[in-house]
Write a protein that binds this ligand. Structure first.
Ligand code: S6P
Ligand code: ZN
Length: 191
């Protein structure tokens, strides 16, 4: 067998995914982001500070059994975003471009309801609905952020090229171009 430089050889394995319950059974890495990790992301920073002061609740968790972050491997995760509002803005993930910007991603929604908001570097914004059994295709070049507009956790299974990496910096500087706000009790994407 001839190995290709840059792509590690590993043993096959399997992982328990309970798609009914929307959980990964034995994750070896769980990334937790609390409200305090979201400073700078919401339109109403005072509302975020009140949320942090009231106990800094968990915003979202990402469950993984990681593989090498290399071309050829496929990374996958369960992403679980809590429901809630910061002022009038629905709870969301930070959102990112992939560092290897030509890497796409698939999100299969298992539970909850919301949107995948996606943007390009030249300012286009598209929001695709997320609901159980709905799959969102995030093409190469599109930054992506999940937004929970429902009343239960928004849980998705995602798969992407393991070399992708996360570029949060560009979103921190350029923002997302639009926000998902509760207007008259309903979600509305506002520029
Ligand atoms: C990774 C993939 C997800 C997100 C997760 C959290 O490419 O898109 O695993 O990392 O949903 O979002 P964020 O924007 O905080 O990384
Ligand atoms: Zn991604």
């Amino acid at each position: 067998m001839k190995l290709v430089p840059g792509t590690s050889f590993i043993e096959p394995f399997s992982v328990g995914l309970d798609l009914e319950a929307a959980v990964m059974e034995d994750p070896s890495r769980v990334t937790v982001r609390k409200a305090s990790a979201m400073r700078g992301y919401y339109a109403d920073p005072a509302a975020l500070e009140r949320l942090i002061a009231s106990g800094d609740p968990i915003h979202y968790k990402v469950y993984e059994v990681p593989v090498p972050e290399e071309y050829g491997h496929l990374m996958y995760c369960i992403s679980e975003l809590e429901p809630g509002l910061v002022g009038d803005e629905y709870f969301m993930t930070k959102g990112h471009y992939h560092s290897v910007v030509q890497t796409g991603e698939i999100y299969l929604c298992l539970r909850g309801e919301g949107f995948m908001v996606m943007k390009t570097a030249d300012g286009r914004v598209v929001a695709e609905p997320m609901a159980r059994n709905r799959m969102v295709y995030v093409p190469p070049y599109w930054a992506h952020r999940s937004v929970n507009t429902g009343t239960e956790p928004l849980v998705s299974f995602c798969i992407y090229g393991a070399e992708a990496g996360h570029n949060y910096g560009d979103i921190e500087t350029e923002g997302f171009g639009a926000r998902m706000l509760r207007v008259g009790g309903k979600p509305e994407l506002r520029p």
